[in-house]
Design a protein around this ligand. Structure first.
Ligand code: ATP
Length: 308
């Protein structure tokens, strides 16, 4: 049985339907990334799963509990970092940590978190006077203070410089080793590729792709095979290979696009004819490519109002 089980989740805000039937199962210890364009429903989905918003329909179970109206038992298991850290402007860093510690039976020591999230010098600083990156680090620290079994992290490294981002990644790696289950909302494909066992791509309130980051990367974009052009290249023959979608010649290079089998088929065809593929380069699709191609395919323009 999955630790998090969601089925048929729907949610509208007024007339606007934001989630249109989400099914998701997350196993204990898994790190799942929720990706999607702005406004695709990621935060709404995660906050419904965490019990902060009430869905219109569907079932949600987190460690066997319904998060709506969840009691203390479930609250102890969950850690939530929200997209906008909702803290009072004048609260000091040390006070916020002490306050959140008081919610849990076995909180992480505040000193450990101040150290880990590079906030030791800011313990007396009010929230409003922290930099964007410091506010962000504090919100991640607060999400993890109760040693959660399930952590929801929404855009956890947005606004952080590359070194702070890497520091947070390495901390999450430690939590992964402790078996913490995590749902991450992120716009950074590199982050998803680095941290996630599985990614889910949302578009317009539906899941349009799901799988290991490499699998999803391979499914959305195309392979590119390029090599130096010469007069003997059988362009028409290459174009007719089953996995090839297009062949072009630019700046003295032959450029072939196609599916997973395309590199193998192109190389075999060239070898059969005894033509060397000079300065051969094969570029496999990245998660970025797949994200763009999948979400653009799925994007439906809103219907234009009928003319009177
Ligand atoms: N409380 C709310 N009331 C009304 N509409 C809302 C509310 N919260 C979100 N929305 C709308 O629902 C849609 C989905 O929002 P949501 O924040 O879930 O998307 P998201 O994928 O997390 O977006 P982003 O990447 O921009 O953070 C958006 O059009 C947003 O304006």
């Amino acid at each position: 049985m999955a630790l998090i089980q969601v089925s048929g989740l729907t949610k509208s805000y007024g007339p606007k339907q934001v989630l249109r039937g989400i099914d998701l199962a997350v196993d204990e210890g898994e790190i799942v990334g929720i990706l999607g364009p702005n406004g695709s429903g990621k935060t709404t989905a995660v906050e419904c799963i965490g019990g902060l918003r009430t869905p219109d329909a569907g079932q949600i179970a987190v460690a066997g509990h319904d998060p709506r109206g969840a009691g203390a038992e479930l609250r102890e298991l969950l850690g939530m970092q929200l997209q906008q850290c909702r803290l009072p402007a004048r609260i000091k860093v040390g006070e916020a940590l002490a306050l959140y510690s008081s919610f849990y039976t076995d909180p992480r020591p505040n000193e450990e978190l101040l150290e880990r999230f590079d906030l030791a010098d800011q313990r007396g600083t009010r929230f409003v006077n922290l930099s964007g990156g410091q506010q962000q680090r504090l919100s991640v620290a607060l999400a993890l203070i109760g040693r959660p079994r399930v952590a929801f992290l929404d855009e956890l490294t947005t606004g952080l410089d590359p070194s702070a981002r890497r520091d947070i990644w390495s901390y999450l790696e430690l939590l992964r080793n402790d078996g913490v289950t995590m749902i991450l909302v992120t716009h950074f494909m590199e982050e998803a590729q680095y941290l996630c066992d599985r990614v889910v791509i949302l578009s317009e309130g539906r899941i349009i792709a799901e799988g290991a980051p490499d699998e999803v990367a391979g499914s959305g974009g195309s392979q590119e095979i390029s090599f130096d052009a010469s007069t003997d290249i059988p362009l028409t023959e290459l174009q007719e290979l089953p996995a090839v979608t297009d062949v072009s010649v630019a700046r003295g290079r032959v450029i072939v696009h196609g599916g997973e089998e395309a590199p193998q088929q192109v190389i075999a065809a060239m070898t059969q004819r005894g033509i060397p593929t000079q300065r051969l380069r094969i570029t496999t699709p990245t998660l970025d490519d797949a994200f763009l191609s999948l979400t653009q395919h799925n994007h439906h323009e809103p219907e234009a109002p009928e003319e009177q």
